[in-house]
Design a protein around this ligand. Structure first.
Ligand code: SF4
Length: 481
């Protein structure tokens, strides 16, 4: 999905480092390498003699100027880049969250979403806790502070926290000078462990270790809680309830150079394109990507189909205008064209396969198809490296309602008509799982199957049967008799 004005937006990125020397600059480097996961706000909590917190709205580079970095003093710290999935985009919702307790200071940074956050917030409010922001991340921090005061033991407090919060999350937690990391019981959101010459680190993506000139050790396990020390990483306990890794991390969210569960995202995306060509092949002259997200998918499609790969859309990386805040569709269209210039000489008279990773609302794809046709392409066939998104994400990705999605209750033919393409083809769920190389049972496929690994409202739980399934089964048994 391209970064224009109908976005399927990444959730957040987190990092934590326990070093032998100052880790301030290393945390800034880590956050810069996770910037693609959130561009609204960033923050760092670092402990020397006291815990120091600095967070602000903006990009990491703009927030952490040299005079700020000089104040980041300490051998242990955590950091966060934010895109808001719960809570509005204002500075008081930036992370990490710091809470003072009678056991000392704690700071928490969170990636994902807690589905029962509202209930927990109400409960805490009734007990007198005053919240400064509106996010589920603050609920986690306040809850942990509460349990720490009651239980007087960080490990017991974290265990209790995990019993209370439901959803997809990874956490980095600083309690005075102790650094902990937590992955949700299904491993929905990613987090890896690594080491480098200054100590040990955890981060949302392995790319952080590349930028620190270190190496990834492994992914944290679903439900695993670890403590990082100067000399290593200790697993404190594991509370696994299954495996349900978010398939969109490979399809789109993570950087192509990220390794998740031992799978390089770039290779997965190439494979998605190859399988797409097998499943939804078409006679055409060129394959082009929606830059940059659709590039590996298009490359895979081209390799498998033998149709030449071309760059038919040139992205202007230096335009910062944000199309989604433009007042009218004419201005938005003009801005889109400034950001994504169709190359007439490549497209004219061609039958084009246009590859991207996903379609959410379809409005941007419709405009891109129109740009390509307006540049003289005779046919545009859209090929998508994920199955149709038919239901919301409740675990930290910004797709909150069925109304905003194009795919529910529509065929590929109907979607093609809406976006003005000659055809649309999505990869199958089986093809997706084969491309990732992980069994469907071990992936979260909630937004493409409507079956979720963690219970949410009236949605179906993964493995749960719908009523008509029971009815059909009953009939089958009766007939057998
Ligand atoms: S519902 Fe979709 S986007 Fe959300 S965690 Fe599951 S696979 Fe990822």
């Amino acid at each position: 999905m391209n970064l224009l004005y109908t976005m399927l937006i990444e959730n957040c990125g987190i990092a934590g480092i326990k070093g032998n020397n100052n880790v301030g600059m290393d945390l800034v480097i880590s956050l810069k390498s996770l910037q693609h996961r959130g561009q609204e706000a960033a923050g760092i909590a670092i402990t020397d003699k006291e815990m120091y917190l600095y967070k602000k709205v903006g990009l990491v580079e703009d927030i952490f100027k040299p005079h700020i970095i000089r104040n980041l003093s300490g051998n242990v710290g955590i950091g966060h880049v934010r895109y808001s999935t719960k809570g509005s985009s204002v500075s008081y919702n930036a992370q990490p969250f710091k809470v003072k307790t009678n056991r000392g200071d704690i700071a928490v940074a969170h990636n994902g979403e807690v589905v029962n956050a509202d209930n927990l917030r109400n409960k805490l409010s009734n007990e007198g806790v005053v919240f400064s922001g509106t996010t589920d991340s603050e609920v986690i921090a306040q809850l942990l502070g509460r349990y720490l005061e009651i239980m007087k033991n960080p490990i017991k407090a974290i265990r209790k926290l995990m019993e209370m919060i439901k959803g997809g999350y990874s956490l980095v937690i600083l309690i005075n000078t102790q650094l902990f990391a937590v992955r949700d019981p299904y491993g929905i959101r990613p987090i890896i462990i690594g080491k480098y010459d200054n100590g040990y680190a955890v981060a949302s993506e392995s790319v952080v270790m590349d930028h620190l000139n270190g190496e990834m050790i492994r992914d944290m396990l679903p439900g695993e809680v670890i403590e990082l020390t100067e000399t290593g990483v200790n697993t404190l306990f594991i509370k696994e309830e299954g495996k349900a890794h978010c398939m969109f991390e490979w399809v789109y969210f993570s950087r192509p150079d990220a390794i998740i569960e031992n799978k390089l995202s770039y290779y997965v995306r190439i494979r998605l394109g190859e399988i797409l060509a097998e499943e939804k092949g078409i006679d055409a002259d060129i394959v082009i990507p929606v830059p940059d997200s659709g590039r590996p998918h298009a490359l895979g499609f081209s390799r498998k189909s033998g149709i030449p790969f071309e760059e038919g859309l040139m992205k202007n990386r230096y335009t910062t205008e944000r199309t989604f805040i433009m007042p009218d569709s004419k201005t938005r269209d003009e801005t889109l064209k400034k950001k994504l210039n169709p190359i007439k000489k490549i497209l004219e008279g061609k039958r084009v396969v246009l590859c991207d990773d996903s379609i959410v609302r379809g409005t941007t794809m419709k405009k891109i198809v129109s740009l390509i046709k307006g540049s003289g392409a005779v046919e545009v066939h859209v090929r998508i490296g994920s199955p149709p998104i038919i239901s919301p994400c409740y675990y930290g990705i910004d797709m909150k309602s069925r109304d905003e999605l194009i795919a529910p209750d529509k065929s590929e033919k109907e979607i093609a008509e809406i976006i003005g393409a000659d055809s649309v083809g999505y990869i199958s769920i089986d093809g997706l799982a084969r491309a990732i190389g992980i069994k469907q049972d071990f992936l979260c496929l909630g937004c493409v199957t409507e079956k979720y690994p963690v219970k949410v409202g009236n949605e179906l739980l993964r493995g749960q049967k719908q009523l008509f399934d029971f009815a059909t089964e009953k009939k089958v048994i009766m007939n057998e008799k």
